[in-house]
Design a protein around this ligand. Sequence first.
Ligand code: GLU
Length: 298
Amino acid sequence: MTRSYISRVFRFAPSPNGYLHLGHGFSALLNQEMAMATGGKLLLRIEDIDLERCRPEFEQAILDDLTWLGLAWQQPVRRQSEHFDAYRDALASLQRRGLVYPCFCSRADVVAATSERPDWPRDPDDSPLYPGTCKQLSSAERQRRLKAGQPAAWRLDMAAALKEVHQPIDWREYGGGSEPRRVKAEPALWGDAVLARKDVPASYHIAVVVDDALQGVTDVVRGEDLFMATGLHRLLQILLDLPAPDYHHHELLRDAAGRKLSKSLRAKSLRALRQEGLTPTKLKAQFGLHKRSFAFVP
Ligand code: GLU
């Protein structure tokens, strides 16, 4: 699919499952700087498909923190929980073409099936690759279980998906250098990834590609922890005939021990730092954003 656009569209896409930390502040401000440098727009997208972990008070805290930071985004705020129908449609298109299959396994089943094999391959996020248990089920058995109401996730049949693609799978990457470069995607590293969870009709991977397309996002600026996931996103974009944005994976902020700041490792929140006297001006100087120059190619 070809794309023409006058203005570049960026997005900052936090998940409301905790408070923002410095790393989020950096990513949000970098998106804003790049939008300004190119005369583009900045969207704010609340990635709240995880209905169990996301909470309205965290969303409010995100809006408060970003306003304090001086982030100016286009209204309205986008929310993934408002797009479940679009995710279902995307999944249905893959179902019709036999590119996904229902999986009745629990996470514990996958671990149990692979834990005896120390050499079992793992995905870039260090989870064991799906051993294909439910891929072996006959279609009659699949139908029987689905009809009986057994909860099912939907997994991409990676081998079938790759057979459908007759073009290079790659992307234009702006991160990590002054010149953009093309990166060869390696979607197979993710194996038969989950595209719709048992409890939600989507997973991060399908929601992000559908939304980036729906919202006309031309530039995805996000942390380098998502670099490898971009390979899978590019495959999904090709399968769903969605445009390819450009990507800029930025460095991650780390703590004194060298660990990336993360909610799970309880990185200090922006709001706690603010109470200790941090100001947006100090933060921007600390990030050195004013010293960066951005070389965009139309
Ligand atoms: N929602 C993701 C996060 O908070 C970001 C996803 C993205 O930018 O593609 O880490």
